[in-house]
Design a protein around this ligand. Sequence first.
Ligand code: NDP
Length: 264
Amino acid sequence: MGGGALMDLGLQDKVAWVLGASSGLGKASAQILANEGAHVAMSARDEAKLEAAADKVGGSAFPLDVKDGEAIISTASAIEERFGGFDILVANAGGPPPGTFDSFDDDALYDAFTLTTASAWRATKAVLPSMRARGGGAIVYITSITTKEVVDGLLLSNMMRAAVVGMMKTLARELGPDNIRVVCAAPGHHDTPRVQQLDEARSKAEGKPVDEIRARMASSIPLGRLGDPLEFGNAVAFLASPAASYISGVSLTIDGGQLRSISM
Ligand code: NDP
């Protein structure tokens, strides 16, 4: 490790699979990985939207509902056939619905588990044989700042993402000997289509202009603004890259300094 060299992320020709990749944080992560020279397989449900995103990013579309365990296996096989294997997995999907304990039944519980926790587990299972055969890899689970500080009204997200962090910590230990690094990227507030929708809903509910809602959120963040999804993508690409070769078992918050907790 000589001093003074320019940092090269070392992503050229790596094979990355990004789930939830047609919009927002997943798409931005795919974009930066592709910009850095990786072959990026992108998955999400809406095929037309995914094709458009893959065109823009310079990736390849592999439509998939992450709640479908068999589809995860068959999609992983198709990607492996096309690109020869996996170096990077970025596991992501839409978040579970908001609500409190009284508002959910067992079906909602299992649905959120399947969407957030089981999808990360299953995608990991699907890529592991290839990563082991290639002598290593990197797995990034996109989670949320709710894994560091619970958010009221987001019970299912608070629960299911915490389970992903537990899995990440355990897998970092179990897979280290295989040279596979496992981390979480925990976003604070980023200006994605989903967040724009939520802001509009909040604006209607409160009868206040959407600009006021967004200014209030921005003022609660030390950097004074929401994150650009590409700023999040930069962090994911770094974590997934050989430049982060000694980083494993961590959950990195990307939130403009928003969280107050000192136990990170
Ligand atoms: P977006 O809604 O903008 O993007 C979500 C992506 O996931 C889309 O590509 C969507 O495509 C895909 N997706 C959703 N459900 C599934 C599914 N069942 N199977 C496959 N793909 C799916 O969300 P964001 O980028 O804003 O957020 C990404 C994740 O990060 C979410 O879990 C969110 O809760 C979390 N997060 C986001 C924050 C933010 O500030 N943006 C803050 C904290 C957490 P399609 O619908 O076509 O499948």
